[in-house]
Design a binder for this molecule. Sequence first.
Ligand SMILES: Nc1ncnc2c1ncn2[C@@H]1O[C@H](COP(=O)(O)OP(=O)(O)O)[C@@H](O)[C@H]1O
Ligand SMILES: [Mg+2]
Length: 216
Amino acid sequence: MIHLEQVSKSFEQQPILHNINMHIAPGEFAFLQGRSGSGKSTLVKLLYRELERDTGSITIDGVSIDKLAKYELRRKMGVIFQSFELLERKTVLENIVLAGQILGRDPDKMEAEAMRLLKRVGLEEKAHVLPTKLSGGQQQRVAIVRALLNKPKIILADEPTGNLDPETASEVLMLMRELREEEGVAMLVITHSQHLIETFAEKSWILKEGGVYERQ
Ligand SMILES: Nc1ncnc2c1ncn2[C@@H]1O[C@H](COP(=O)(O)OP(=O)(O)O)[C@@H](O)[C@H]1O
Ligand SMILES: [Mg+2]
């Protein structure tokens, strides 16, 4: 479904990623590990075109991501971050629905879909509260719902459990694993945690000195 072929990226002549080849199948639960500064976030940003690669190709369902308008790409890829990135002055529901509004979708339909997903992750009663009233694990579940709202093909999760204690981290990943089955979405999870990779990964890579190596 997602193919990277010979993807490279440098910053100021400093190579960060060099000839990266990766493949993620539909519905796959894939993990990427690597030291701080190894280029993991850069790789994720190339996928959703927050940054542009220097060379190589990236395709989703056989179509180059360069051929898709940014909003089309954002519909195909949901993103989740370590810091949750929720708007503090908007309610949980507003935070979720806003993501779809930017993409021009029908507000009523989105609200119904957001409530369905909030119920699924056990946060139905938090729909109208501010995210600052929620625990870290709850905030990340809101961010997951927001990422799922547009029925993406894949969720890119850049250290989604980096701000969570180990138990909450496991719970969030268990939920993500269930949701990828139910919602038919692939996930690419970046984590430092060897434990989480051993527990959850169906496929994993390590990023090292600009190259990406699949673990067998
Ligand atoms: N926009 C940028 N401009 C210049 N250098 C950058 C930029 N983004 C990241 N870098 C550098 O690229 C390297 C990889 O960064 P990053 O992808 O954030 O690593 P990771 O997520 O694995 O910790 C780091 O050395 C970082 O300083
Ligand atoms: Mg990073």
